[in-house]
Write a protein that binds this ligand. Structure first.
Ligand code: C2E
Ligand code: CA
Ligand code: CA
Length: 724
């Protein structure tokens, strides 16, 4: 569930990033286009302003030009000189108004007084002139001066833009001149024609029509509206008298307006497309992510139980290791006992059943933050968190032990197993491999101590283990060099009746260069754990056989570890050694323990059968200590039983053991087997064993294990006694 949520979150993230990119791309494109359109508008406005400025200037010039069409006119000079007011009105005033649309026309005499005024096409009161004259006085003075300068021979023009009656107006002044010499106007005599053209609606309409410009209006302030622009109407000093304002043509905006609906639709379509693709990418990325997480899950989980597997456990361990400083965390290794027997007896499906049930039982015992994983086979790892006292662990371990000891119901009936547990506390700065190693060592110790128990890791264990590893290496090395430091001692097995030596048991010793003379107890278990024991047993057999050639009348017994049976073909290997050493197999006895038959089952029985068919005798060692019952003895194909010394030594002291020894001897004989008693140390034990008819005895009473020379001496002594 968490994995799917994570996959979704990741995909959402991807989706957001994608959408952001898409929006940025679309936004960027829009920005560029808008920028271009705005730029276009900007250029257009500038061009229109230029045009308007140009039009204004042209209009100003036009006023003068129109005046000029009548100021060089003999009749006009005559009329003004004669003060022919009707003529003046008709040809200068009314004409200018009707034909050119000048708002006002004045005729100023040489003394700078107006003789005629026209306003809106009508002859006006000279008061009109009183308004204009002071305003136009500087131009008038300038005109006179310039006229004087050209000595009345040229039509000088004075023009400016000024406020008249609160309105901007073009004021243009020209002297009235005549063509004919006789009428020639000399400086100081000139009448001046003044035209006033207000910069107003009519004027602006005129500009608009003439230049195909948008409709403008005149206003006092600059245009501020976002779709307006304006141009100042300047007087001769460059001061703004008013502003021409208009709504400019905005081609960019027009394009925008035209394409906007299409663009909006296209944009929406694009967004929809992006959304669609984003969604499918979101989905497929979610699927990919979910698939990846599924694969990850499979890689880190066990198929049988659904629990984390070894790599899952290691991942988890690594994740929580840093927290081991704040809380106490324990790593447990649990290994089922006798699981192999379930597998061998009932088959793998039954074994799988047990594994699953055990996993389910342990899961019930764990807290929310704890974790159970399967390392493989019948090995489990448990991470326990928030454990603050060792008592807690003991409680949990006890529970795990008891849940493993409950019978497991399988198809074939019920299976009984147990569990061994080793555990160690985690430390934040300890590498995870070390934590795993420690839990493993503790588990190993639990197994060694006899299974069905839990053991905490300790440094001593580690030291012991290192020492064991060293010994193991040295044992392997000495075997590789032909067993130079190994020696065999032989313990006589004598007749129960007359004490005559019947045979010897070969017992291994190791002259260890560093640790001295080692008895098998110090290294046999280790050899068994590392499978070196098979080689060791073969070495022993080979050297025992060499010795046996010197003692043709004695049986030589050799101990064969149950582990040696694990590899198939043991009988063949042993027989070949006897053959190579030229010893008759019937002179050899091998000693096995009941666990061989228990552990290796049919295979062991077959191997033994093969050995026996070649004459090798088989003795059942340590009888009575294993799981087997007296009943089982009947089914075992052996030649001899060796009563374990734990029953022999208390003979005469406890009634129980005496009865057991009695029963073994009786049953053994009933089955046609020879019976040997081990560990006979006292005369009393020997007496009793002879009394009940035990065939052979072996023990310190007669002799402990000794070098072969000592056996030779014993044999010589015996022969001498016999001869005597
Ligand atoms: P085991 O097969 O039961 O061998 C007899 C052990 O009892 C020997 O110990 C022997 O020294 C000891 N013993 C003999 N008589 C007496 C007695 O009267 N009193 C007491 N208390 N002990 C007595 P050892 O030599 O230390 O061997 C121990 C075990 O190591 C053997 O037990 C056998 O299981 C194993 N072993 C010895 N040699 C070999 C070997 O070559 N191969 C394998 N696979 N195991 C071996
Ligand atoms: Ca033995
Ligand atoms: Ca024994």
């Amino acid at each position: 569930m968490g994995a799917i949520r994570k996959a979704k979150a990741l995909s959402t993230h991807v989706l957001w990033v994608m959408s952001l990119f898409a929006l940025l791309a679309v936004g960027g494109m829009l920005f560029v286009v808008l920028q271009a359109l705005v730029g276009t508008d900007h250029v257009s406005i500038e061009r229109q302003q230029q045009l308007v400025r140009h039009a204004m200037e042209a209009q100003e010039a036009r006023v003068s030009k129109e005046q000029k069409s009548i100021t060089w006119w003999d009749e006009a000079v005559e009329a003004v000189n004669a003060r022919d007011m009707p003529w003046i009105h008709e040809n200068l005033g009314e004409w200018m108004y009707q034909f050119f649309g000048h708002d006002r026309t004045l005729v100023i005499a040489a003394d700078d007084r107006a003789i005629y005024a026209m306003e809106e096409g009508r002859a006006a009161d000279l008061g009109t002139a009183a308004e204009v004259l002071p305003i136009a006085a500087p131009e008038l003075a300038r005109l006179h001066r310039r006229f004087a300068e050209v000595e009345g021979r040229d039509a000088v023009v004075e023009r400016s833009v000024k406020m008249i009656g609160g309105r901007p107006a073009i004021i243009s002044l020209l002297p009235l001149l005549a063509y004919s010499e006789e009428l020639r106007v000399r400086p100081g005599e000139e009448h001046v024609l003044v035209s006033v053209q207000f910069v107003d609606h009519a004027f602006l309409d005129h500009i608009r029509d003439g230049y195909l410009l948008p409709k403008a209006r005149i206003q006092e302030t600059e245009a501020t509206g976002f779709d307006e622009t304006s141009l100042p109407v300047l007087d001769g000093n460059g001061n703004a008298l008013a502003y021409l304002a208009w709504k400019p043509d905005l081609p960019g905006r027009e394009i925008l307006n035209q394409v906007l609906p299409t663009a909006v639709i296209a944009g929406l379509a694009m967004l929809a497309l992006i959304a669609f693709y984003a969604r499918s990418i979101y989905r497929s990325s979610a699927e990919i992510e979910a698939g990846r997480l599924r694969a990850l899950h499979l890689a880190s989980h066990d198929g049988l139980t659904g629990l984390p597997n070894r790599s899952g456990v290691i991942q988890r361990l690594e994740r929580i290791l840093p927290r081991a400083g704040e809380e106490s965390i324990v790593l447990l290794f649990a290994d089922l006992d006798r699981f192999k027997e379930v597998n061998d007896t009932y088959g793998h499906p039954a074994g799988d059943d047990v594994i699953r049930q055990f996993a389910a039982r342990v899961t019930c015992l764990l807290g929310e933050n704890d974790m159970l994983g399967r390392l493989g086979g019948d090995e489990f790892a448990i991470l326990l968190r928030n454990l603050d006292t060792r008592d807690d662990i003991s409680v949990i371990c006890e529970r795990i032990l008891s849940c493993a000891s409950e019978p497991f119901s399988i198809e074939e009936g019920t299976a009984h197993v147990g569990v061994s547990i080793g555990y160690t506390f985690l430390h934040p700065d300890m590498p995870r491999s070390e934590s795993l190693r420690r839990a493993d060592i503790a588990l190993y110790a639990a197994k060694r101590e006899g299974r069905d128990r839990f053991v905490a890791f300790s440094q001593e264990m580690d030291a012991a283990l290192r020492a064991r590893h060293l010994i193991e290496e040295e044992l392997a090395a000495t075997l590789a060099r032909g067993g130079r430091d190994l020696v065999l001692h032989y313990q006589p097995q004598v007749s129960g009746r007359d004490g005559e030596i019947r045979g010897v048991e070969a017992l291994l010793r190791w002259r260890h260069p560093r640790l001295g003379f080692l008895l098998p107890g110090a290294f046999i278990r280790l050899a068994e754990d590392t499978r070196l024991v098979a080689k060791l047993d073969e070495w022993v057999l080979r050297h025992a056989c060499r010795q046996a050639r010197e003692w043709p009348d004695l049986t030589v017994a050799v101990n064969i570890s149950p582990c040696s049976f694990e590899r198939h073909g043991l009988a063949g290997r042993l027989l070949r050694i006897m053959h190579e050493e030229r010893v008759n197999p019937s002179q050899v006895e091998i000693e096995i323990t009941e666990s061989v038959l228990l552990k290796e089952g049919k295979n062991a029985a077959e191997e033994l059968q093969q050995l026996r068919s070649h004459g090798v005798q088989v003795a059942l060692d340590d009888f009575g200590t294993g799981y087997s019952s007296l009943n089982r003895l009947r089914m075992l194909k052996v030649d001899k039983v060796k009563i374990d010394r734990s029953f022999v030594q208390p003979i005469g002291e406890t009634a129980d053991s005496t009865a057991i020894v009695d029963a073994i001897v009786e049953l053994g004989h009933a089955l046609g087997l020879l019976v040997t008693a081990e560990g006979v140390e006292t005369e009393r034990q020997r007496e009793y064993l002879r009394f009940i008819g035990c065939d052979e005895i072996q023990g310190f009473l007669f002799s402990g294990p000794v070098p072969p020379e000592a056996i030779n001496e014993m044999l010589i002594e015996e022969r001498q006694r016999g001869a005597a």
